[in-house]
Ligand binder design. Structure first.
Ligand code: RIB
Length: 334
């Protein structure tokens, strides 16, 4: 098999020069370029990725960490990142972290050893300090990790305000919130948006905020308890759609009519919300777009890698989708 050394020998240049020609980096005189190209063509040399990675310390591989691909929000995100990666000639690795900090660190170390070129991370547990020594291009996606790591997110706080305002507009007078996991920046922002609106009302009650973990099961149990303790609650803003589905199930179990007795809105815009009975109103994220943007940013970051370069964060808007679970009540005094 022809190697880069054979090309260098035939062209009478160094291996580094051949590499500069192949990677189009650095200065090579037109005469040298011609000699190297002639040698490549004469030997029919095809640089392989392993050789490229050995020489440059690069693998043409990027990774995406998500908490759990079983959550229907993440496949679209992953698909987008993979599409962009393959368009740029990168292979793509997906890691499910279960939101477990230890697992995240183990994956980070293993990927670093395999010379991964960069990582897109959805995490609520990793700290920027844990990643500082990695010396790798990183983009945070969906959830922020400190302020030094560039993030692609949506405007969670504003979207939460819109969701709660929508519940008020359809006649809800006592609105509760099932929040996302502690430590997840988007869960904190969504809760802050809820408080921005209901914190100004005379009925605001901190016990209307329930712990949640972005799963339907947990939200189902939380909503059962909440609605039994506070039957006056007539609207719930769930911090994601899966939890919104859990709330619909709890309402059905308690015989509460949605939306007449209880209006429900989620967050994400997953397809599942279109087939529940009733269908679920939601704050829809531009999921494919944020996944694609994160991959574009990571690849650009890899190409121009400089630890000290500040990469601008990007924030997308979210769109209110009104469905049956918040259809205007016939009697606003309920
Ligand atoms: O449903 C998964 C949730 O986790 C989404 O709301 C998304 O924003 C992610 O953080």
């Amino acid at each position: 098999m022809t190697t880069i050394r054979d090309v260098a020998k035939l062209a009478d240049v160094s291996v580094a020069t051949v590499s500069r020609v192949l990677n189009q980096t650095g200065n090579v005189s037109p005469k040298t370029l011609q000699r190297v190209e002639a040698a490549i063509s004469q030997l029919n040399y095809q640089p392989n990725d392993v050789a490229r990675s050995l020489f440059k310390g690069r693998s043409k591989m990027i990774a995406l960490f998500v908490p759990d691909i079983m959550n229907p929000f993440f496949p679209e995100l992953a698909r987008a990142a993979e599409d962009v990666a393959s368009k740029h000639g990168y292979t793509f690795v997906l890691c499910n972290t279960d939101g477990d900090g230890e697992k995240e660190l183990t994956y980070l170390k293993a990927l670093k050893q395999k010379s991964v070129d960069g990582i897109i991370i959805v995490s609520s547990t990793l700290s920027k300090d844990a990643m500082a020594h990695l010396d790798l291009p990183i983009i945070a996606l969906d959830r922020k990790i400190g302020t030094n790591i560039a993030a692609v997110t949506v405007n969670n706080r504003k979207a939460a305000q819109q969701a709660v305002t929508h519940l008020q507009e359809v006649g809800c007078k006592r609105i509760a919130h099932i929040r996302g996991p502690q430590g997840a920046s988007n869960a904190e922002d969504r809760m802050a948006g809820y408080i921005d609106i209901v914190g100004q009302t005379d009925w605001f009650n901190p016990s209307f905020i329930c712990e949640g973990d972005y799963t339907a099961d947990h939200a189902y149990k939380a909503a059962l308890d909440l609605l039994q303790q506070h039957p006056e609650i007539d609207g719930i803003f769930a911090a994601n759609d899966l939890m919104g589905v859990g709330v619909l199930k709890a309402a059905a179990a308690l015989g509460k009519k949605v939306p007449d007795e209880l209006a429900v809105i989620g967050f994400d815009g997953i397809a599942l919300g279109e087939v529940t009975i009733p269908t679920l109103s939601t704050m829809a994220q531009p999921t494919y777009d944020i996944g694609a943007r994160a991959a574009e940013m990571l690849i650009e970051h890899i190409d121009t890698y400089d630890l000290n370069r500040f990469v601008e964060p990007v924030e997308y808007e979210v769109k209110l989708i009104k469905r049956q679970s918040t259809e205007r009540r016939t009697n606003d005094d309920k």
